[in-house]
Design a protein around this ligand. Structure first.
Ligand code: KIV
Ligand code: ZN
Length: 514
């Protein structure tokens, strides 16, 4: 019997800390359901004290899932821990995750606390969390730059206080595999009560080593890995869940443990997270990139055709990659539509919600004869956006382009229900449409990224547009999908403008505080 490697997904907490990746409550519930089907062991759904919206999102996830433990992050202060409990308490199984920084630089410069004060805060927090649940995780932030003896002391103390998982984050992505793996192994050996807790790792990817470091730690006894779908996360991201899982599975001859992940759900989760956050997956990304299973060179194609394993160590089907399947069309009824979306993880709270999305589906099917899973996912995302607090809405758009003529866009927006129109010319139709939006909104935001992706293959595919806007140092992403890419572009721009012009205040867990 191999040991179980616990997969702790933090896409909705650490992943959400990427600039522009904030998720709504409805989006978090969709992702949580997809993660439940993926069979992750723990979902870290957010940081409940960060804002009322974060609290509600964690609570909604706690109420929406059955077969997975839901976790909420808390600093060591009483208010954080109580708030996490309040958000989580309706989940069938929940965990409170509390943390404090333990490296000299963080303790001195950020927390302005002496090591003994940090130790005391950690013990107190774990004890408080234990009053609410017997599933408590404690993390030593910046552990890879912390002093070994102090770490050993604090780990022993929090395990004594009741922590059932102790996590050693490589917060700044400083570790290298041999050294980080050995460091975890030495801690497990050195902490007298280490057998009373699961040792966990949480690696950031600043040097591109997050997966390597996590796997090295697994070889030295770590039995929980914290990771994210598509490697989303602060700065260069976190260890990518799909890479960890497929490495352990593909090299079962090497790793002493196994996960319970349903790998055929990987692609679905990857697409969902990409669509919701607007962070595209690079084509050559391991496991989930568009080229991960594509064989371009003649020699490779020939080899794969003769015998798949000449060049393939995993099967595309094992990660859930089916070549685009037509799932629905113009004549599909509500039942088929509801059933397919349920299979993809979306259930409707009411008949009215179903009717609303079904109407959009029919509109799309009128314009596009073949509807794929990816189209349905984009449709639901678009609906989430349109039912959330969108104060600026697109009412109508007309673009004129002709060879040799300057493109013109005429557009009407509704701002809090009040209609306003504008007309502008530009270098191309998208440029003209964006100028018309700016004539109305005068946001002054800087467009940092504009990218178009075909959701499926074929010229009838919906275009999915992602934009990134910056304003006064704040960065947000916006997405929009439509068969008309100019409309998709305007939807994406408005989605980002809604976020940047009407921000919600949130605390960042790692900026300050105890
Ligand atoms: O990277 C980190 O240290 C974290 C902790 C809050 C667990 O995300
Ligand atoms: Zn982190």
């Amino acid at each position: 019997m191999k040991d179980r490697l616990i997969i702790f997904d933090t896409t909705m907490r650490d992943g959400e800390q990427s600039p522009g990746a904030a998720m709504t409550k409805a989006e978090k519930v969709r992702i949580a359901k997809a993660l439940e089907r993926l069979k992750v062991d723990v979902i870290e759904a957010g940081f409940p004290i960060a804002s009322p919206g974060d609290f509600e999102a964690v609570q909604a996830v706690a109420r929406a899932v059955r077969d997975v433990t839901v976790c909420g992050l808390a600093r060591t202060g009483d208010a954080d821990i109580d708030r996490a409990f309040e958000a989580l308490k309706d989940a069938p199984s929940y965990r409170i995750h509390t943390f404090i920084a333990t490296s000299p630089i963080h303790m001195q410069k950020k927390l302005k606390m002496a090591p003994d004060e940090v130790l005391e805060a950690a013990i107190r927090a774990v004890k408080r969390a234990r009053n609410y649940t017997d599933n408590v995780e404690f993390s030593c932030e910046d552990s890879s730059r912390s002093e070994f003896d102090f770490l050993s002391r604090i780990l022993e103390a929090v395990i004594d206080a009741g922590a059932t998982t102790v996590n050693l984050p490589d917060t700044v992505g400083y570790g290298v595999p041999d050294q980080y793996g050995a460091f975890i192994g030495r801690l497990i050996e050195n902490v007298p009560n280490s057998d009373k807790a699961v040792f966990s790792v949480h690696c950031h990817n600043d040097l591109g080593l997050a997966v390597g470091n996590s796997l090295a730690a697994v070889m030295h006894g770590a039995r929980q890995v914290e990771c994210t779908i598509n490697g989303l996360g602060e700065r260069a991201g976190n260890a990518s869940l799909e890479e960890i899982v497929m490495a352990v599975r593909t090299r079962k001859d090497y790793f002493p443990c196994e996960t319970r992940i349903e790998t055929t759900e990987i692609m679905n989760c990857s697409r969902l997270v990409s669509t919701i956050t607007g962070f595209p997956v690079q084509p050559n990304k391991a496991i989930v990139g568009a080229n991960a299973f594509a064989h371009e060179s003649g020699i490779h194609q020939d080899g794969v055709l003769k015998h798949r394993e000449t060049y393939e160590i995993m099967r595309a089907q094992d990660v859930g990659l089916n070549s685009n399947r037509i799932v629905l069309g113009k004549l599909s009824g509500r039942n088929a539509f509801r059933t397919r979306l349920k299979e993809l993880g979306t259930e409707f709270a009411s008949e009215a919600d179903l009717n609303d999305v079904f109407k959009r589906f029919k509109d799309l099917a009128d314009r596009k004869s073949e509807i794929y899973d990816e189209d349905l996912q984009a449709l639901v995302s678009d609906t989430d956006v349109s039912v959330s607090n969108e104060r600026i809405k697109l009412v109508s758009l007309r673009c004129r382009t002709e060879t040799g003529e300057t493109p013109v866009a005429d557009l009407m927006l509704a701002i809090d229900g009040e209609e306003r129109s504008a007309s502008a010319t530009g270098d191309g139709p998208v440029d003209a449409a964006y100028k018309a939006v700016e004539q109305v909104m005068a946001s002054g935001a800087n467009l940092q990224l504009y990218s178009v992706n075909a959701i499926t293959t074929g010229t009838d595919s919906q275009g999915e547009v992602t934009v990134r806007l910056e304003r006064a140092g704040r960065i947000v992403n916006g997405q929009g999908a439509d068969t008309d890419i100019i409309v998709a572009s305007v939807k994406a721009y408005l989605n980002a403008l809604n976020k940047i012009l009407f921000p919600v205040h949130r605390e960042h867990p790692q900026v300050a505080g105890v």
